[in-house]
Design a protein around this ligand. Structure first.
Ligand SMILES: NC(=O)c1ccc[n+]([C@@H]2O[C@H](COP(=O)([O-])OP(=O)(O)OC[C@H]3O[C@@H](n4cnc5c(N)ncnc54)[C@H](O)[C@@H]3O)[C@@H](O)[C@H]2O)c1
Length: 330
């Protein structure tokens, strides 16, 4: 049974993917410092308490023995908020690049030669062509996107000089929840659209929509929304590829279909039966008008297909999770 080390497994995408890896029959060890994740996600994902290690990736010495006998690493641990990264760039480079370099050093010490890396559509910055293919220009416009692009460069060098086989998954907008494990999105602070729309619907406090004068159908930004279950399945496919001796590759993970902010807002109103109050604010720096993935390579090379990424299924799963969490918190 392959042994997989997951970094950031107490977070949103890491916990759902861990659940999928365990279902697939892999043995999973999780490392997370809980700086941004949730301890309860460990149990919900199905990881045994003894296989969870609360630790910063930067602790190379403590991390190294955990990698003994590990077949592959799935690396989610990072800070993820674009806005925060513009206010605290050093924090983002130090955590996202520094943490990854420490992980790579620990992997090298234990001769672990397979890695799946969480990258982002933010590495493309403002794309010249949409849908965006993987060979589009890399031109991040935030320290967050830049920190991911830097790691991608390091991985290319380690593949070339050290034989580190890696699959980089550039996610578009991860969203939705996994009802079978009661796992979903609960970032703090939350910066992602769907949970913020729920919050506005429930509290009556208007959500800010940044810009309605983009060259899109209704003037609001277009994004490609990918259900967390489909995203987790892409990681299983990436691991199968690497375990089968597959080569390094970067893949976009999206559906190829975009929705405007207003379309998502309408879907939230339909699913929740509530009005979502909103205000239009100025555009934000660095927001591209349209980010939609060309994921044809992931479909053809890894035989992956999105199965649950219809907008209403995404919003429905996310809403049930949001309601349950609200009930738990009281
Ligand atoms: N959520 C999205 O829409 C999205 C889109 C593109 C890419 N990504 C990438 O996916 C990954 C996971 O995102 P998420 O939404 O699950 O975020 P998250 O914040 O829910 O999870 C990240 C986890 O990593 C942990 N962590 C952070 N730095 C650490 C460190 N130095 N050492 C140990 N643990 C650390 C946090 O405690 C947290 O549990 C990130 O790498 C992110 O950049 C996310």
């Amino acid at each position: 049974m392959p042994k997989i080390l997951v970094t950031g497994g107490a977070g949103y995408i890491g916990s759902v993917t861990t659940h999928y890896l365990l279902k697939r029959g892999f043995e999973v060890i999780v490392v997370d410092d809980l700086s941004r994740g949730h301890r309860e996600n460990i149990a919900l994902s199905g990881v045994a308490p003894a296989n969870f290690h609360q630790m910063r990736l930067q602790q190379t010495g403590a991390l190294t023995p955990l990698l003994s006998g590990v077949d592959a690493v799935v690396h989610f641990a990072a800070y993820i908020a674009v806005g925060e990264s513009t206010r605290e760039p050093a924090l983002y480079y130090s955590n996202n690049v520094g943490g990854t370099l420490s992980l790579l050093e620990a992997m090298a010490r234990q001769n672990v030669k397979r890695l799946v890396f969480s990258s982002t559509a933010a590495v493309y910055g403002d794309p010249v062509k949409v849908p965006i293919p993987e060979d589009a220009r890399i031109g991040p416009v935030s320290p967050y996107g830049d920190s991911k692009a830097m790691v991608e460069k390091v991985l290319a060098a380690l593949d070339r000089y050290r034989g580190l086989k890696n699959v980089t998954l550039r996610y578009f907008n991860a969203c939705g929840a996994e009802p079978e494990a009661n796992l979903g999105e609960a970032h703090d602070p939350e910066t992602h659209l769907i949970p913020l729309l729920f919050k506005a619907a429930v509290t009556g406090e208007p959500i800010m929509i940044f810009g309605n004068d983009y060259p899109t159908s209704d003037g609001t930004c277009v994004r490609d929304y990918i259900h967390i279950g489909d995203l987790a399945a892409a990681h299983v496919a990436a691991l199968d590829h690497l375990m089968g001796g597959g080569d390094s590759h970067a893949f976009n993970v999206g559906t190829g279909v975009g929705f405007t902010v207003m379309e998502v807002l309408k879907a939230v109103e339909k699913v929740t039966g509530k009005i979502v109050p909103y205000r239009i604010a100025d555009r934000r720096d660095g927001d591209a008008a349209e980010l939609v993935a060309d994921s044809s390579q992931l479909r053809s090379k890894l035989k992956w297909e999105p199965k649950r990424s219809g907008l209403e299924e995404i919003v429905g799963d996310a809403w049930r999770y949001f309601e349950e969490m609200s009930a738990v918190k009281g």
